[in-house]
Design a protein around this ligand. Structure first.
Ligand SMILES: C[N+](C)(C)CCCC[C@H](N)C(=O)O
Ligand SMILES: O=C(O)CCC(=O)C(=O)O
Length: 463
C-alpha cells in the first residue's frame, strides 16, 4: 500500500525576483478526507478482497490516481513570462510559459470571490492585456503576489502544487474513494452493504447519512435496515440525501402493476437488467425501491448487476468491444405516455468515459428503451457483436445478484453504475421510492465525505 506522499514545494526568492517551484513527485494523489487516515483513499491494486462499511481491508481501484509531475515556476526577472509549467521535473528547458492571466483568474481573495456565494466576482476579460507580476513574496503557507495593475493575491502552496495536475480531480467529481467492484461471489462471502435506519434519520448527526452515501458511492448500492413500512417515512429517508427528482412519472413514486404510467415497470412482466432514465440527457443518479407489500402472489425478485464490474471484465477480455461501446452513439426514448416522447439532446454511448482520464463514468443500458443506433446500419454489426458480449456478462451467474426485497428494508442504488431488474410476478405488489439527480447525490457525498472546506478548496484545481 503506497502511502500518501506530501508535495515538495519551495520558493527561491532573490532580491530581483522570485521563482516559485512546485514539484510533484508521483505522489499518490487523493485527498485525505477530514475524517482522518482510516478513510484515506486506497489506490493499491491488490485484488478485490473484502470491504464493508464497518471493516475495510483492501479494495481494487477503478480510478487509478496516478500522481502527476508538475513543475510551476513564477519568475519576475526581466521580460520573461511570469509563470511556467513543466511536465518533467526541474528541466527548465522544457518549461512551458503559462500566461499570468491564468493565475490571476484563479485569485480567491475576498474581492475576487463573492464570500457568500463562492462565485467569481470580477470580470476576467477587463484585466489589462499586459498583466504581469510586480512582486512575489513567500509566506508560511503560500505566496503573496502584487500584480502590475496593483491588485494583491495570495496563493496557497497546497493549491499551487495541485493546480497543475492533469487528471480530473477525484474530489471535483466525487469519485468513489474506496470503490468495490463486486460480483455474486463477493456478495456471497461478504454480504451486501447496509446501514441502520435510525442512524440515517438521527436528527442530531449527519454521520449516519455520511456512512450511507459513502457505502452507495463505493459499492453502488446499499440497504437500509429497520425502516418503517410507510411511504411517507420512506420519502423522508430518501430526502436525507437530497430533494427528490420530479419526472413525467411524478416525484416520490408509489406504484403497482396497473399501467398507471405506460411503462413496463407498471406491469408484472420480468424486466431484464437495465438502467433507468436512459432517455433523459441526465439519467437520475440514485433510485430507491422500498417494497411495501406483495400479497396473493409470488415472484418479483429484484436483480442487481454491477455494470462497472462487468464493463471492467469486458475491457480486459475484449478491449475492442469495450471501445465500440464507449464510442458508438445510441439513442433512447420514453414514448408510452400520452403526448410525451422524451429523448436526450444527443445520442450517448453505452459507456461514458471521462474525457480527461478515460475512466468509466456512466453505463447507459436499457434494451427496452433503446432507439436508433447513430451509425450507418451497414456498420452496425460491430455494435451488436460488442453489445452481445456485454449482455452475456450481465446475464451471467457471476454478475446477476438476485434478492427478494422486503418491507422495512429499502434498497437504493447508483443508476449510473448499477443495472436493476426483476422477475415476473403474480398478485398485488406495491413499491415506493424516488429518484435523486446525479449532481445532487454527488454534491451530498462530497460535502459529507471530504467536508465543505476541502471540497471548496478543490474547485479551481486540475488543468
Ligand atoms: C417511476 N418508476 C420507477 C415507478 C417507474 C419508472 C419507469 C422507468 C423506465 N422503465 C426506465 O427504465 O427508465
Ligand atoms: O418493479 C421492480 O422491482 C422494478 C421496476 C423497475 O425496474 C423500475 O421501476 O425502473
Amino acid at each position: 500500500m503506497r502511502p500518501y506522499r506530501h508535495l515538495a514545494t519551495k520558493l527561491c526568492a532573490g532580491s530581483h525576483g522570485a521563482s516559485i517551484v512546485v514539484c510533484r513527485h508521483n505522489a499518490n494523489r487523493g485527498a485525505i478526507p477530514r475524517h482522518g487516515s482510516d478513510l484515506r483513499p486506497r489506490v493499491c491494486m491488490s485484488s478485490l478482497v473484502a470491504v464493508n462499511t464497518s471493516r475495510r481491508l483492501h479494495t481494487e481501484s477503478i480510478h487509478s490516481n496516478k500522481g502527476s509531475l508538475s513543475h510551476f515556476e513564477i519568475r519576475t526577472d526581466g521580460t520573461h513570462p511570469a509563470i511556467f509549467s513543466s511536465p518533467s521535473q526541474g528541466n527548465s528547458a522544457a518549461l512551458e510559459a503559462i500566461p499570468p492571466i491564468w493565475l490571476r483568474d484563479n485569485c480567491q481573495c475576498s474581492s475576487c470571490v463573492h464570500q457568500d456565494t463562492k462565485q467569481r466576482n470580477f470580470d476576467t476579460f477587463e484585466l489589462p492585456p499586459n498583466l504581469s507580476f510586480q512582486k512575489v513574496e513567500e509566506a508560511q503557507n503560500g505566496y503573496q503576489v502584487q500584480w502590475s495593475d496593483g491588485h494583491e493575491s495570495f496563493y496557497e502552496k497546497d493549491w499551487l502544487a495541485r493546480a497543475g495536475l492533469k487528471e480530473t480531480s477525484a474530489i471535483q467529481q466525487g469519485r468513489a474513494p474506496n470503490p468495490v467492484l463486486w460480483n455474486t461471489d463477493y456478495l456471497a462471502k461478504e454480504g451486501a452493504p447496509s446501514v441502520q435506519y435510525d442512524a440515517v434519520m438521527d436528527p442530531t448527526s449527519e454521520e449516519g447519512v455520511r456512512e450511507w452515501v459513502t457505502a452507495i458511492r463505493n459499492f453502488g448500492f446499499c440497504y437500509v435496515e429497520g425502516a418503517p413500512v410507510d411511504p411517507g417515512k420512506t420519502q423522508e429517508l430518501l430526502e436525507r440525501i437530497a430533494f427528490i427528482r420530479e419526472t413525467h412519472y411524478g416525484g416520490f413514486y408509489d406504484f403497482t402493476a396497473d399501467l398507471a404510467s405506460k411503462d413496463t415497470a407498471y406491469t408484472s412482466i420480468a424486466l431484464p437488467a437495465h438502467n433507468d432514465n436512459t432517455y433523459f440527457s441526465d439519467p437520475s443518479g440514485l433510485q430507491m425501491f422500498h417494497l411495501l407489500s406483495h400479497t396473493e402472489g409470488e415472484g418479483g425478485a429484484s436483480l442487481l448487476v454491477d455494470g462497472f464490474s462487468a464493463a471492467k471484465e469486458l475491457k480486459e477480455t475484449d478491449p475492442e468491444a469495450y471501445k465500440i461501446l464507449s464510442e458508438v452513439p445510441v439513442q433512447f426514448h420514453a414514448s408510452g405516455n400520452e403526448g410525451i416522447s422524451i429523448q436526450p439532446y444527443q445520442a450517448f454511448p453505452v459507456f461514458l468515459l471521462d474525457p480527461v482520464d478515460k475512466e468509466l463514468i456512466q453505463v447507459r443500458w436499457n434494451e427496452s428503451d433503446r432507439a436508433a443506433l447513430q451509425i450507418h446500419p451497414a456498420g452496425s454489426q460491430k455494435w451488436y457483436n460488442a453489445a452481445k458480449k456485454f449482455d452475456t456478462l450481465l446475464k451471467s451467474a457471476k454478475y446477476e445478484y438476485w434478492e427478494q426485497l422486503k418491507p422495512g428494508r429499502p434498497l437504493i442504488f447508483d443508476n449510473w453504475r448499477i443495472m436493476h431488474g426483476r422477475s415476473a410476478f403474480t398478485g398485488k405488489r406495491r413499491i415506493c421510492g424516488g429518484y435523486i439527480t446525479r449532481d445532487d447525490y454527488i454534491s451530498r457525498f462530497k460535502m459529507l465525505y471530504y467536508g465543505p472546506e476541502h471540497v471548496l478548496k478543490n474547485i479551481h484545481v486540475g488543468a
